[in-house]
Design a protein around this ligand. Structure first.
Ligand code: FAD
Length: 693
């Protein structure tokens, strides 16, 4: 008899099953290269032939709890992992963590009622989903949500789906926690049952971690009731198996020494370059922009020639950083790893659904230097988990106290701005050599690229991207040390090296400037590009108003560069008004000389209004200058000007929004609410654009 399709499916399934049995699943337990594995939207799962059906996946792997995350910078992903661990260790749930873009949503109506789905969703930018959650969000909130079974929205198709929801947001943005709110509403409308409240963490108020901790206890209580779970004494179970490989040396060409992907390691990295496959870009020029000692702002020109990458004026570039040698040493020392820092380690998931977040095999040194966020602020929950591995009773008791007492933790750790190694050093001088390395991989985020608003025009320099980055170096009165930003101090070291300093060592930090296997020598840095909606009007004759104090001026340098070039070509360019603010004209007025040159090209079309906060007896900020120029601003808006704000999200952008509402109301003789409404309308129609962080 001929084989029909069903026979073939059965045969293939049997074959796959036998391979699975004989290889004990090792072939697909862990993607060989986790970075390459989730390259694009139709990513990992599809490419490697893995199922995109979550129900099938959970049945196959014996799970009853999936924790989906929508994450941009890694925090939501971290919370998802923590919930998975806690669910498994405290309540015996069979948990798995899932990148929300790795699965389909059309079959969520078949989600069994004895299982639960968590949604841990960050809100990005102006109330938008994170890149990996775009499709999910569009599916769920679209007008005609359609499930595979054919059920329509009116049928309450998700009535068997139990879910838990937590959002990560920032109250300084207008659409605070929009993602979790909209998804929660959509799920409920489709008949799904939420367990506990929909949690909201607020990064703007700096309470994200405590909001999360406060939300999860009642949520667990509600989930315990609904699913009839028994709480038990949580015992640490590693998520990853970390084994040292004595046979292989660090130089062996299979070992990742900091390379982002397998192709980079093998020296055959090629495009398309993306967030999962950075381009190792040459820095062709770098210089200091501030003229004052003790503070730094870097201007860098990064070449993307021969990369096939392209950008548009207003886009962002992401820089993949390297941790400083000083902090890598501290980290390895505190955890008793400095003697074997170059030992080769293999990292595997204990469970088939555990995705290894760092490339493997690697070394302890490379993991700490290139793959783990070892300098970040520490969470109370993570510090608590270290108590079981403390070197003596005194430090164990201290850690338990820190874990239980929120205020004490804030005083001793958070307010001191310690990273994990500094925090443990403040407790004892003894080493924490018993901490399993898996716990560190679980507890620390993977090292994240940082974004910079591109400060050049793609029309003027299409192969060269400028960035304008202020070097983070903060000493708080309460803290005993200076907090150094990871990426900006690394960039500072690169600048020092490029400008002839043989051993760049900003603030005693030291860096592996030449990168893994010297591949970044000649001053290279891994980058990728993120396209944004922050764009000049397509018609250059339209006026524009830009508000960009400090490094907020970055994209506006690009805007002005572009409009000056158009003017020089004889095109009609509309009024180009910039509000810029800094401390003092002769200290930190970014690009002051360049702007003079542009003014020569553009004449009166370019107007720059400045606010210097430390020159007069009274502090003056851009908001005040806006108010003083209300008539000009209002006139330009009547001529259909676009309005742009870039820089500090916490205070400046919010106030500018308010001031603009007042200006409109006052100039047009309207009540204040009407002015606010007009600004809202400008936002939704795209004539008020923000690029804030
Ligand atoms: P990080 O190490 O990430 O530290 C960030 C902050 O956290 C610092 O203030 C630091 O003091 C604090 N911190 C670090 N460690 C701890 C700790 N252990 N405890 C407590 N606090 C700690 N920046 C620019 O300069 N120019 C731009 O054009 C620009 N554009 C951006 C565009 C976008 C879309 C976004 C999202 C951000 C942009 N940024 C820009 C900010 C930039 O991405 C980085 O956040 C910034 O440069 C700091 O990075 P870093 O790695 O040096 O600091």
């Amino acid at each position: 008899a001929q084989l029909d399709t069903l026979d073939l499916v059965v045969l293939v399934a049997l074959l796959v099953g036998s391979i699975a049995y004989f290889t004990k699943g090792t072939y697909w337990a862990v993607p060989k290269d986790p970075y390459a594995a989730s390259a694009t939207a139709m990513n990992g799962a599809a490419k490697s032939g893995k199922t995109r059906n979550i129900v099938e996946k959970m049945n196959e792997t014996g799970k009853n709890c999936v924790i989906f995350y929508g994450s941009q910078t890694g925090t939501a992903e971290d919370y998802a992992s923590r919930l998975a661990k806690e669910g498994s260790q405290r309540f015996g749930l069979k948990t798995m963590v899932a990148d929300i873009e790795d699965y389909d949503y059309e079959n969520l109506d078949t989600f069994p009622s004895d299982k639960v789905a968590f949604f841990v969703l960050a809100t990005y930018g102006e109330g938008e989903p994170t890149d990996n959650a775009v499709e999910f969000y569009q599916f769920l909130t679209g007008d005609d949500v359609a499930f595979e079974s054919g059920a329509s929205a009116d049928d309450q198709p998700l009535s068997s789906l139990k879910y838990v929801a937590f959002g990560l947001g920032n109250n300084t943005y207008e659409h605070y926690n929009a993602m979790v709110r909209h998804v929660d509403t959509a799920l409920t409308k489709l008949g799904a049952k939420r367990i506990g409240s929909a949690g909201e963490g607020d990064d703007g108020a700096g309470t994200m971690e405590e909001d999360f901790l406060a939300w999860k206890e009642p949520m667990w209580a509600a989930l315990t009731d609904t699913m009839d779970l028994q709480e038990r004494e949580a015992v640490y179970e590693p998520v990853f198996c970390v084994s040292e490989d004595d046979e292989t040396t660090a130089e062996h060409d299979t070992v990742y020494l900091g390379e982002p992907t397998a192709a980079h390691r093998e020296g055959r990295a090629k495009g398309p370059f993306s967030a999962h496959n950075p381009f190792i870009a040459p820095i062709v020029e770098s210089r200091e922009l501030f003229t004052v000692k003790g503070r730094n702002c870097l201007h860098m020109e990064i070449s993307i020639a021969d990369s096939n990458l392209s950008y548009q004026t207003g886009d962002h570039i992401a820089v993949w950083p390297t941790n400083s040698g000083a902090e890598v040493d501290r980290f390895l020392e505190v955890f008793g790893l400095e003697g074997k820092r170059h030992s080769v380690i293999n990292v595997k998931g204990m469970d088939v659904t555990a995705k290894v977040p760092i490339p493997t095999p690697t070394t302890y040194d490379a993991a700490a230097r290139y793959y783990m966020e070892v300098c970040a602020p520490v969470s109370r929950q993570f510090v608590s988990t270290l108590a079981a591995f403390a070197p003596d009773d005194a430090s164990k008791n201290e850690i338990v106290r820190l874990g239980n007492d929120k205020d004490y933790f804030h005083e001793k750790i958070t307010n001191q701005r310690f990273n994990i190694a500094q925090a443990l050093q403040s407790i004892t001088s003894k080493k924490f050599a018993d901490v399993p390395f898996s716990l560190l991989i679980e507890g620390l985020n993977k090292l994240q690229p940082r974004y910079y608003s591109i400060s050049s025009s793609s029309m003027v320099q299409k192969d060269k991207i400028s960035i304008t980055a202020v070097v983070e170096s903060v000493r708080l009165p309460s803290a005993s040390h200076i907090v150094k930003g990871v990426t900006t101090n690394y960039l500072l070291a690169l600048k020092q090296k490029q400008n002839g300093d043989p051993s760049p060592d900003p603030h005693g930090l030291t860096y592996s400037i030449t990168g893994p296997r010297n591949k970044y020598d000649g001053i290279h840095v891994p980058v990728h590009i993120r396209h944004s909606n922050f764009k000049l009007p397509s018609d250059p004759s339209k006026p524009i108003i830009m508000v960009g104090p400090g490094t907020g001026v970055a994209p506006f340098r690009g805007f002005i560069q572009e409009r000056a070039a158009l003017a020089a070509k004889g095109e009609k360019v509309g009024t180009t008004l910039l509000f810029f603010g800094c401390r003092k004209a002769d200290e930190d007025f970014l690009y002051a000389d360049e702007f003079k040159t542009y003014q020569d090209q553009m004449g009166d079309t370019l107007k720059i209004i400045t606010a210097f906060s430390r020159e007069g007896p009274q502090k003056v900020y851009v908001q005040q200058r806006l108010r003083e120029n209300a008539e000009l601003v209002s006139d330009l808006l009547k001529q259909k000007a676009n309005f742009y704000v870039c820089g500090d999200a916490a205070n400046m952008a919010r106030e500018v929004n308010l001031v603009l509402g007042h200006i409109i109301a006052q100039q047009r003789g309207m009540p204040p609410e009407k002015g606010e409404e007009m600004v809202k309308h400008m936002r939704s129609s795209g004539s008020y654009q923000e690029d804030v962080w």
